[in-house]
Design a protein around this ligand. Structure first.
Ligand SMILES: [Zn+2]
Length: 87
């Protein structure tokens, strides 16, 4: 397990995640398809927002279950949060 850092373009939002990078995935929702984004799934306990939390805004659509986070300053979409679905 390693710690990786990430940020938006203007560096206002900075975060880190703990992951072994075992599986890069794509998301099939309409916004991620347009962005062609590759992502890594981590439990939210493995992610820490280091700065810029107050500069994040969310965008939701369709079923309003996922929260897509954007930096209010530069508009970059650094991560999203999906609810855990128990079946
Ligand atoms: Zn930014």
């Amino acid at each position: 397990m390693k710690t990786f850092t990430g940020s938006c373009h203007c560096q206002t939002v900075q975060f880190e995640i703990d992951t072994d990078l075992s599986e890069l995935t794509t998301c099939d929702c309409s916004i991620c398809i347009k962005k062609n984004a590759l992502m890594i799934k981590v439990h939210e306990s493995s992610m820490r927002i280091l700065s810029g939390k107050e500069s994040l805004t969310t965008y939701q659509f369709h079923t309003n279950t996922a929260e897509h986070y954007f930096c209010k300053v530069c508009g970059i979409y650094p991560f999203h949060r999906k609810p855990i679905i128990m079946v």
